[in-house]
Structures are given as structure tokens and as C-alpha cells.
Write a protein that binds this ligand. Structure first.
Ligand SMILES: [Zn+2]
Length: 285
């Protein structure tokens, strides 16, 4: 990716200055910190001395060619109203917050968006390597930040949300999903309820917040717990059955509340979700 026009980078070490591009990466005029690039791919690596990420490990990471697999991205974007929530945003400049497999990139580029993708290791679809808790982008660079199934992998979601808020333009939107009732997976730290997510986004400065259930605990927990579901074919057959059981259960809740003439409360609507889908808007100042 050619960064000459956009986005602007800032120093993650001192946050005092925009970075200058050099032949071998980037450099901070204020503190002198040099940011190298991955040799084979020329992907710049922005890691501060505070980050637990290991710069040497990142630089020696072997990037293998990989075929683009849209299956995961398709299933993410077809979950509940996630796509409809993206449709409520304006602007085309998108930061993909941790999209290592490239699925989101391909999906969003097809939909006409301009992407910057970062992850914590270099990959064939990555533009920038950095730590999601310390973004190397200047303030207000993006119209939209997309983050699907990443928040549970952050050791400090409050800090990351503040960073997302900072790099969004006023009126910009964060759209994505995060685990709630999912089993532990791939170094996940904090699985959040709707109240947890709301707290994280509010404290970061977001205004309007919209939440919906993604897949359900029946699908996420049962799907992972029963070992036979590791066989792809079996999982394919049992998946609709898990969905069906959840829908039946929800229909019973709806009936119960309907008989009392009351709408379903968030405790039921969102309380059995495997993941939650969110849209959070940075207020226009
Ligand atoms: Zn600096």
C-alpha cells in the first residue's frame, strides 16, 4: 500500500509528532524512534517499547501466500443486522481493526470502501502491523472502523476503544461484533455482556450505541463443546439444529412476554447471545 496521501501516521512511542517516511520505514522527528518494515512484504511495523508485541518476532515472521477465503467474512456480515448497521454509516475510508485473514478487506472493498487493514502480525492482506491498544494513525483519519470478533482478544478493551474513538472523524462510526457467551478461544480475555460493551464505548466517548444479538449461546457454546463438531461435515449438519433450538426458545420467551403485553427486555433479547453486534457513533462536535 502507498501511504503518501493517507493515512497520516503518528509516533506510538511519544505521540508527539507525525512520522516521516524513510527508505527503510518511518521515523519520528520528535523522539527519533525508528519504525522498520517487514523485509519481504514492506509492511511497516509500529510497535512501542510498552507493547507486549515483540518487534523482532514480527520482523522475522514468514508471510505465506494465502488464498482469500470469504467464508468467515460472509458469515460475519450476514449475521443479524450487521450489514444494515454498516449501511447507516457515511464516508468510505475504513480502518479494519484486526483483520488478519483478509476476509473483511475483500468483502468491504467489493462494497466500495477504501481500506487500511492492520493486525499484530504481517500477512498477505495486511497493510500495517501494530498493537490495537496504540494505533499509529493521526486523529480523525477514518469514517468507519470495522472490528469483527476482535474485542474479546484485547487485554484492555477500554484503551483500545479510546484509540478507535481518537482515529475516527467526528460523526464517524465503529461497527462490528464481540464475543459474549462464547467459549474461550485464541487468547480471548474479556467476553462482554451488552452492559460491558456499552460501558467500554461510553467511557471512550461514543454517543449513540446500537446493540443486537449475533449468533446464540446454543450455537456458540454447544457448537464448540461437542468434540464431533470439529468434523466440518458434522458441524454443517448440526448447525441448523442449534439455530432451530435457539429460535424455538426465543419464540417461547416472546409468547410469555406477549401474554403479559410486554416487549422482550434486553436481559432476554441480548442475554443469551453468543456474540453481540454493535454500532457506536462518535459525536459531531
Ligand atoms: Zn516519537
Amino acid at each position: 500500500m502507498n501511504f503518501s496521501e493517507w493515512p497520516k501516521f503518528v509516533c506510538v512511542e511519544c505521540s508527539k509528532s507525525e512520522l516521516k517516511s524513510t527508505d527503510v520505514g518511518f521515523e519520528c522527528p520528535a523522539c527519533g524512534k525508528k519504525y522498520p518494515q517487514h523485509k519481504a512484504t514492506k509492511i511497516p511495523v509500529f510497535v512501542s517499547s510498552r507493547s507486549p508485541l515483540d518487534e523482532h518476532e514480527i520482523l522475522s515472521h514468514e508471510v505465506k501466500e494465502a488464498a482469500l477465503d470469504l467464508e468467515v467474512a460472509n458469515s460475519h456480515w450476514n449475521t443479524g443486522p450487521l450489514r444494515a448497521m454498516l449501511g447507516k454509516t457515511s464516508g468510505k475510508r475504513v480502518l479494519s481493526f484486526g483483520s488478519g485473514d483478509g476476509g473483511d478487506r475483500a468483502w468491504l472493498e467489493r462494497a466500495g470502501y477504501e481500506l487500511v487493514c492492520f493486525d499484530i502480525y504481517p500477512g498477505p492482506f495486511t497493510d500495517v502491523v501494530c498493537d490495537g491498544h496504540e494505533l499509529p494513525f493521526a486523529d480523525a483519519q477514518f469514517d468507519i472502523v470495522v472490528s469483527t470478533a476482535v474485542f474479546e482478544h484485547l487485554y484492555n478493551p477500554f484503551q483500545a476503544a479510546r484509540e478507535i474513538h481518537r482515529v475516527l472523524k467526528p460523526g464517524g462510526t465503529l461497527v462490528g461484533s464481540a464475543a459474549f457467551l462464547e467459549a474461550y478461544h485464541a487468547n480471548s480475555y474479556f467476553h462482554m455482556s451488552h452492559l460491558g460493551l456499552t460501558e467500554v464505548f461510553r467511557r471512550a466517548g461514543f454517543g449513540e450505541i446500537e446493540l443486537h444479538p449475533g449468533w446464540s449461546y446454543v450455537e456458540s457454546l454447544n457448537g464448540r463443546f461437542w468434540v464431533w463438531n470439529n468434523v466440518k461435515l458434522i458441524s454443517k449438519i448440526t448447525r441448523p439444529w442449534r439455530r432451530f433450538r435457539y429460535l424455538v426458545g426465543m419464540a417461547l420467551w416472546k409468547m410469555a412476554y406477549g401474554m403479559k403485553g410486554r416487549p422482550i427486555p434486553d436481559r432476554v433479547r441480548l442475554g443469551f447471545a453468543g456474540s453481540l453486534l454493535f454500532r457506536a457513533v462518535k459525536p459531531n462536535v
